[in-house]
Design a protein around this ligand. Structure first.
Ligand code: PNW
Length: 454
């Protein structure tokens, strides 16, 4: 019904995008094959002796098999990212690396699966630093290279979750390059990320758009839903709105709103926050053809607690939802409708693509329980029902839903301890055996039904 409504509204002028999402460093492996040079994630994990993406799912070699699985399950789209240091070595192009992405893209198209390409999903070549303005030009050139090579790609995402890679990489020190420091580093990172995104968008519009009918370029932003602990309490409401600004509005307001940071972000950081010139604001404003949203979870906001601890998952003794396999991921389906409706109301984007949504299981040696993943089925049932409500009752212009993730994979600082896949991967097997989980079959069945109802 939701899809029918989108069609009658004219929101869907192409089939609804049913896909899965991955990221290069999390799945590819082959870290020094084909002329690839190290990214800061290689260096960070190796220096710290952490689990790493050296082999990961070995997607680099196994992608034809994975594409057959996607096809059997009925997915129409697949989101993957480009390892920048695979396709470029400093300023030079690396032909072998580029060929890998040409081959992957063609294999998808041959199997009737539309590519959704993320240019940057956190694996920065070692020589760059997001706090340094040089990265802006470098990223625009890298984007130009990929736009020119992957001519058949219709959906591009410039950056994945600048909130995460700036905050965790340059403030909390949990992600590469592992810098724990004042908020200024993270703010500088965000500033350059917005400029880099807008430059790449501009390159596409100027040089490629005229010859690529229907092609779209956007950015993927992540946010929790922030719910006032007491919905009628004005202070809880106000603080919730501020938290939405600090996580989502920081990037969404410049791109989809005014071209500048929201007032809450300006007042919170004061002089630490870099300032955009008028020309930069003009370049950033409107620099996205769709709103890419990565959403997983929700939190309550309690204004009666102090600064650092104003978020809680407990209300009157009851948890906000079931805890998944990651300490930050509580299953809160209703928050999905709320954040989608909030985005529609505040920024009124032409289209929203859910570029990631999914849940984790903690790793265990009990493979049967990992494959019979009924709690993940419940997760998708709950979140997709709320997504349908957002479309039907709140006129949210949703054009696609990409589940995170196709495969169990390298979950960043948590290594292989958390499994987000629709497909189980045996990381002890040198062949990285795959087993389709029950939740993948469930989604496949749901896609088939949705298609029949059109
Ligand atoms: C996303 N949070 O990261 C990333 O895009 C993926 O690469 C990652 O594997 C996936 O979600 C699962 O973690 C996020 O705390 C990590 O809000 C944490 C948050 C959001 C997104």
């Amino acid at each position: 019904r939701a899809i029918k409504k989108l069609q009658s509204d004219g929101t869907l002028n192409q089939p609804f995008m049913w896909g899965t999402a991955t990221a290069a460093y999390q799945v590819e492996g082959a870290w020094k094959e084909g002329g690839r040079s190290p990214s800061h994630w290689d260096t960070f994990t190796h220096n710290k002796g952490m689990e790493n993406g050296d082999v990961a799912c070995d997607f680099y070699h196994k992608y034809p098999e994975d594409i057959q699985l996607m096809k059997q399950l009925g997915f129409t789209h697949f989101r993957y990212s480009i390892s920048w240091s695979r396709v470029m070595n400093g300023e030079l192009r690396n032909e072998q690396g580029i060929q890998f992405y040409r081959d992957l893209t063609q294999e998808l198209l041959r199997n009737n699966i539309e590519p959704v390409v993320t240019l940057y999903h956190w694996d920065l070549p070692d020589q760059y630093d997001w706090r340094d303005e040089n990265v802006v030009n470098a990223f625009a050139e890298f984007a130009d290279l990929m736009f020119s090579e992957l001519t058949d790609v219709k959906h591009w995402i410039t950056l994945n979750e600048p909130w995460v890679f700036c905050a965790l990489g340059y403030h909390y020190g949990l992600h590469a390059p592992g810098t724990e420091g004042p908020e200024t580093g993270m703010l500088q990172c965000g500033h350059n990320a917005l400029k880099a995104h807008a430059r790449a968008y501009g390159v596409f519009k100027e040089r490629y758009d005229p010859h690529r009918p229907g092609a779209k370029v956007g950015i993927a932003l992540s946010s929790h839903w922030f719910e006032p602990l007491e919905p009628s309490n004005a202070a809880d409401q106000e603080l919730s709105e501020k938290k939405r600004d600090l996580m989502l509005g920081w990037f969404a307001e410049p791109v989809y709103g005014s071209g500048d940071y929201p007032p809450n972000v300006k007042s919170h950081y004061g002089d630490q926050l870099p300032v955009f010139s008028e020309a930069e604001k003009a370049m950033i404003k409107g620099s996205s053809d769709f709103f890419g949203l990565n959403h997983y979870t929700s939190v309550y906001v309690d204004s009666t607690r102090g600064g650092g601890s104003d978020e809680t998952r407990i209300k009157h003794g009851a948890p906000i939802g079931a805890l998944a396999g990651s300490e930050w991921l509580y299953v809160v389906p209703w928050g999905f409708n709320r954040i989608l409706t909030y985005i529609k109301t505040r920024w009124d984007p032409k289209a929203i693509v859910v570029t990631e949504n999914g849940m984790s299981d903690a790793d265990t040696s009990d493979v049967t329980s990992l494959v019979n993943d009924y709690s993940r089925i419940a997760f998708f049932e709950g979140y997709l029902t709320e997504m349908a409500k957002a479309i039907l009752h709140n006129d949210v212009p949703l054009v696609g839903y990409l589940a995170w993730s196709l495969l169990d994979n390298f979950e960043w600082e948590d290594g292989y301890a958390e499994r987000f896949g629709l497909i189980y991967v045996d990381f002890n097997d040198p062949g990285r055996r795959r087993v389709v989980k029950q939740s993948a079959e469930y989604l496949g069945g749901l896609i088939a039904q949705a298609e029949l109802c059109r």
